[in-house]
Design a protein around this ligand. Structure first.
Ligand code: MN
Ligand code: MN
Ligand code: ZN
Length: 279
């Protein structure tokens, strides 16, 4: 079982490996830079070397690591300036992951800002295909969204439609977020519902394209579109549902990454321990 959480790179990027090991992770996710700004400080040779050396020594499988895109880019944006910056940022992150030996880059699909789904999807596909031209072995993973107003890619059918237009196909995969799926109306509370939801995913997107699972319980109700992650088993998906998802995903040998909150109720150590227990 490959399981871990999003870890900080604070101090230097190789510190993420220490943070992962400290939390007994066998998989982890990072931001390759400050996620709150547009600017990324360039990776130095020693940043790259230190990260790679530590990762190798950690015995964590490189293919159980991923990076997440920063927060500001909107790949479906109708605003020319913001769109161009977003596309450049995606290309830059694909390149950074390549240098670090991180095989997967998770990206949100953005917001069409009221211009309609079709327009948003066109821009999104164009952006992804541009980044798909980068010559390295990094796979861009499209993450299903929580279905907030104007968002692109919450339902599997639409995600599948987007996916079909991407070239070269080997540059693309999918990251499934359980909280986002649940709040967009895909039930995950029982074995039966988990099976039904992944059947639907298989039908439109294909399980073979699923490379990373974001395991998050949901603060919101089924179908409420509220993107609020919660501690494993304590949210509205609940313990039974989370256990069903974990068992299903472990069988498929897909790495599991938590993006759960850290608060008075629990920290990452505890959520990871609970996942192992539920498995
Ligand atoms: Mn995400
Ligand atoms: Mn996620
Ligand atoms: Zn989320």
């Amino acid at each position: 079982m490959q399981i871990g959480c999003h870890v900080s790179i604070s101090g230097s990027i190789d510190k993420s490996v220490d943070n992962a090991l400290e939390r007994k992770c066998t998989a982890f996710q990072i931001f390759t830079r400050n996620p709150r700004g547009w600017h990324a400080k360039e990776l130095t040779d020693s940043d790259i070397e230190n990260f790679k050396t530590k990762l190798k020594a950690s015995k964590i499988d490189r293919f159980a690591t991923c990076a997440h895109m920063p927060y500001l880019p909107n790949l479906s944006s109708p605003k020319a300036d913001g769109y161009e910056k977003s596309v450049n940022s995606l290309i830059e992150e694909v390149e950074r992951c390549g240098k670090l030996g991180i095989p997967y880059l998770v990206t949100h699909l953005g917001s069409h800002l009221g211009t309609g789904e079709n327009d948003g999807m066109k821009r999104l596909v164009q952006a992804l295909n541009k980044a798909g031209q980068v010559k390295n072995d990094v796979t861009i993973l499209l993450e299903n969204t929580a279905g907030q107003k104007n968002s692109v890619g919450a339902d599997f059918k639409q995600l599948g439609e987007i996916f079909k237009q991407l070239k070269p196909s080997k540059k693309f995969g999918v990251c499934f977020d359980t909280c986002h799926a649940f709040v967009s109306g895909y039930d995950l509370r029982t074995d039966k519902e988990v099976e039904k939801t992944f059947d639907e995913f298989e039908k439109f997107v294909g399980m073979g394209n699923l490379k990373i699972l974001h395991l998050n319980d949901a603060k919101g109700e089924l179908g409420c579109n509220l993107d609020r992650h919660y501690h494993i088993g304590l949210g509205n998906i609940g313990e039974k549902g989370m256990a069903a998802v974990i068992k299903f995903i472990v069988k498929k040998k897909i790495p599991i990454i938590l993006e759960t909150p850290i608060d008075d109720t629990r920290d990452d150590f505890e959520n990871i321990r609970i996942v192992k227990e539920l498995a």
